[in-house]
Design a protein around this ligand. Structure first.
Ligand SMILES: NC(=O)c1ccc[n+]([C@@H]2O[C@H](COP(=O)([O-])OP(=O)(O)OC[C@H]3O[C@@H](n4cnc5c(N)ncnc54)[C@H](O)[C@@H]3O)[C@@H](O)[C@H]2O)c1
Length: 352
């Protein structure tokens, strides 16, 4: 297949980023879009030269749709993904893959059964500086990992939660400041630090009292490596601060803020480090989700993430950021919720 035809299901906020990214990807083309709300589907179809559907199943009948971007609310993906897989379409899902590991496993079962690829969006992995940390880890530059932290001190207004009936609900959002907002940093933290062994946690509703889900959470982690870690997440802190990841080892430390390196220190300095050091105070090229969800919707991360997915499929290979990879963050967040609910440590013993 020379061109991978895309369909988008769910034409809300994030879908425009998929549509814009697809315009820049050689070998991919947006063909059709579907939304239960006719006006959303029509608007997107007009803007990007696609065909609009209100019933995604009708869209799946198109032979020129080979892959589908799933941009519906998080807890609505299982049934739709099963239909996509049965129709032989590859699936690229927004984060989180679904609202529980049980539901993610149903998606994996369907994609395995019908032999289609499942990719996940975690665009933060694709920033140059995130990749630099990963490469330094692979090269052993941090020495023994000691401590890894994620801080997501964000603000979301009552208007934000009121902007969609699914937001802040257990069933469709799956959780609050961790499952929806903090998941990007939690995914990064695990990508850097590896699987988690044990979790202790507490969660609460500090500001948004009417929600079913948490707007404040803290967790203490022990990684399989023996390193420790902390996660602090909130959507109740005004005005919101850059999301921060810290990776500390016996031979080096790195601090990332909104995808931009702020500290980069190793006991054995390399020549190429000067380029990173010179850029430590530059502004982040990625938007910040600290106070405004739409401000972080720049296309560069998605562009790289979706291009990677398209190229994998063109080569007949499973995407690197695949369904099993996308599952890790949800598994950890589930363990954090369980630890908070029971007040007891949860031994999740993730094995990758
Ligand atoms: N990667 C990121 O940074 C990022 C940012 C924002 C949102 N997201 C994720 O994207 C997903 C959507 O979020 P959003 O903010 O765009 O939500 P949204 O509410 O703005 O859009 C969801 C759209 O899905 C449509 N929809 C609902 N049920 C449908 C169905 N059965 N068939 C077709 N369309 C249907 C709705 O009408 C709506 O237009 C969420 O899972 C969210 O976590 C990711």
């Amino acid at each position: 297949m020379a061109t991978l035809g895309f369909g988008i299901i769910g034409c809300g906020n994030i879908s425009a980023v998929h549509a814009q990214a697809l315009e820049h990807i050689k070998g991919a083309k947006l063909v059709a879009v579907a939304d239960v709300r006719q006006e959303n589907a029509d608007k997107m179809a007009d803007e990007y030269g696609a065909v609009a559907y209100t019933d995604y199943k009708a869209m799946l009948e198109r032979e020129d749709v080979h892959a589908v971007s799933l941009c519906v609310p998080s807890g609505m993906r299982v049934e739709i993904a099963a239909d996509c897989a049965a129709a032989g379409k590859h699936i690229l899902s927004e984060k989180p893959l679904e609202v529980s590991t049980e539901r993610i496993d149903q998606i994996l079962e369907a994609t395995d059964k019908h032999q289609v690829y499942l990719g996940c969006i975690f665009q933060s992995r694709y920033s140059d500086d995130s990749q630099r940390i990963r490469e330094a880890l692979d090269a052993g530059r941090f020495g023994e990992l000691v401590l890894g932290d994620a801080y997501i001190k964000w603000y979301r207004s009552p208007e934000y939660y009121a902007s969609g009936a699914w937001r802040g609900t257990r069933k469709l959002d799956g959780g609050g400041c961790l499952m929806n907002q903090g998941i990007h940093q939690i995914d990064l933290l695990q990508w850097f630090m590896g699987p988690v062994k044990t979790v202790q946690a507490q969660t609460t509703r500090r500001l948004h009292k009417g929600l079913e889900v948490e707007d404040l959470a803290t967790a203490m982690l022990e990684f399989q490596s023996g390193a420790f870690g902390v996660i602090e997440g909130s959507t109740a802190i005004w005005p919101g601060h850059p999301a921060r990841i810290e990776v500390h080892g016996s031979e080096g430390s790195a601090v990332l803020e909104d995808g931009k390196l702020r500290q980069w220190q190793f006991s054995e300095r390399q020549e190429a480090d000067s380029e990173v050091e010179a850029a430590l105070h530059e502004e982040s090229a990625l938007g910040s989700g600290a106070g405004d969800p739409l401000a972080s919707l720049k296309i560069e991360g998605h562009l790289r993430n979706i291009r990677d997915f398209v190229q994998s499929i063109a080569q007949g290979k499973e995407p690197v950021l695949n369904g099993r990879e996308g599952r890790h963050a949800v598994e950890l967040i589930e363990a954090i919720y369980q630890a908070a609910d029971t007040g007891k440590p949860v031994h999740i013993n993730q094995q990758w």
